[in-house]
Design a protein. Structure first.
Length: 387
């Protein structure tokens, strides 16, 4: 086996060029047909926000990071936006956003105003997705942009009042590795661990007590296909204490299936925040944990993930996240009160059609922080808009 090591912005990509292996042993093919592993951490360590920084974020929005060096191209299949000239839309709408979204939301609002200047979408502080979700449930806002899935408690509070959940429409991809700006989620193992890929079915059996995807509990590395000295070694799990945006995302995407909400197994080493996870896994030869790409600040190996049993395993490379092939790429949501079976307010319908278009996904690309949606994602989001 020949291995090529490439360094890019402090992250080392190791591409092992080899003959095709069996599905059980194969990692993720790169463009050359080899294997891709991320072996080294970013150069700097992310630090938690101070209380003062959090307050500034609520009033002004979090300062934007340096633009991502890598940039995708827009999906050529994205639909263009054509305003409905028969509509004479007007009105004022109050919206809120997470503290990492004001700049992007303002770009969207300004672009839409060129088509419908009499529709005034007003974005005001405080900038915090959780506060906005509460205000939406209380009827004090018309919509809220949130840089993650809504909290289960927020959805429950909304349903208790209205009898149905809020409509959540993905409107942008998250970032690849920007600290605080919805970075992609990765599963890390110790750098000496031979495992190269894991399926969601396997992860559910490792991480959960509910096993919504079927099968019995997996507690040793041998049960994941490792042999020799690794066969009997126990699996040590590192996660983030519920509730947390990273934790909820993994719970929804990996542990939940068939309408059943996944539950964590006993024995998980829960940290209060995401910050120590990579280091804990780096220090434990038997460890596995999930973290954000921006928090890979210790020498761990990131494994390729297989969302469907019949599908390929995909490594968390920039290309795979930007193309939405990687199954733990994240999304930004527009949340609004719409009764099932009823149409959206015409102004919001047109606004979302604009955001979910080639013209406005270009705004996402221009900002160079988040990743624009692909055509298939836009198609799914547009299907949510119609009653």
């Amino acid at each position: 086996m020949k291995k090529i090591v490439l360094s890019l912005s402090g992250v080392v990509l190791a591409a092992a060029l080899c003959a095709p292996a069996s599905p059980a042993a194969a990692g993720t093919p790169d463009a050359s047909g080899g294997m891709v592993e991320l072996l080294a951490p970013p150069a700097t360590r992310a630090l938690p926000q101070t209380p003062a920084q959090e307050e500034i974020g609520k009033t002004q929005g979090r300062p934007l990071p340096a633009p991502e060096l890598l940039q995708p191209t827009l999906d050529a299949a994205l639909p263009g936006y054509r305003p409905d000239r028969r509509l004479h839309l007007k009105g004022t709408f109050e919206v809120a956003a997470s503290d990492v979204l004001p700049d992007l939301v303002r770009r969207w609002i300004a672009g839409f105003a060129h088509y419908y200047p009499h529709v005034h979408i007003v974005l005001r502080p405080p900038f915090a997705g959780s506060l906005g979700a509460v205000a939406l449930a209380n009827g004090k806002l018309d919509a809220v942009f949130v840089s993650r899935e809504l909290r289960p408690g927020d959805i429950a509070a909304f349903k208790a009042k209205y009898g149905y959940p809020p409509l959540s429409v993905p409107v942008s991809g998250g970032s690849y590795r920007q600290f605080g700006f919805l970075d992609s989620v990765v599963f890390a193992v110790n750098k000496d661990n031979p495992v190269e890929q894991l399926s969601f079915d396997q992860l559910d059996r490792v991480l959960s007590s509910s096993h919504a995807r079927g099968g019995d509990a997996i507690t040793t590395w041998g049960q994941l296909g490792l042999t020799g000295e690794w066969a009997a070694r126990p699996i040590h799990i590192y996660g983030i204490k519920p509730w947390n945006g990273f934790e909820e995302f993994v719970r929804q995407r990996v542990l939940s299936a068939g309408g059943k909400r996944g539950q964590w197994r006993d024995g998980v080493s829960f940290a209060k925040t995401v910050f120590p996870i990579a280091e804990e896994v780096a220090n434990d030869p038997d460890g596995i944990g999930y973290t954000g790409m921006a928090f890979v600040d210790a020498p761990v190996k990131l494994v390729a993930l297989q969302a469907k049993a019949s599908g390929p395993a995909i490594a968390p490379t920039y290309e795979n996240v930007a193309s939405a092939r990687y199954p733990l790429s994240r999304l930004i949501y527009f949340n609004v009160n719409r009764k099932p079976g009823k149409p959206l307010a015409p102004a919001f319908r047109q606004f979302l059609l604009y955001v979910l278009s080639r013209q406005d996904q270009q705004n996402v690309l221009n900002q160079a922080i988040y990743l624009p949606l692909r055509a298939g994602q836009v198609e799914q989001s547009r299907s949510l808009i119609e009653p």
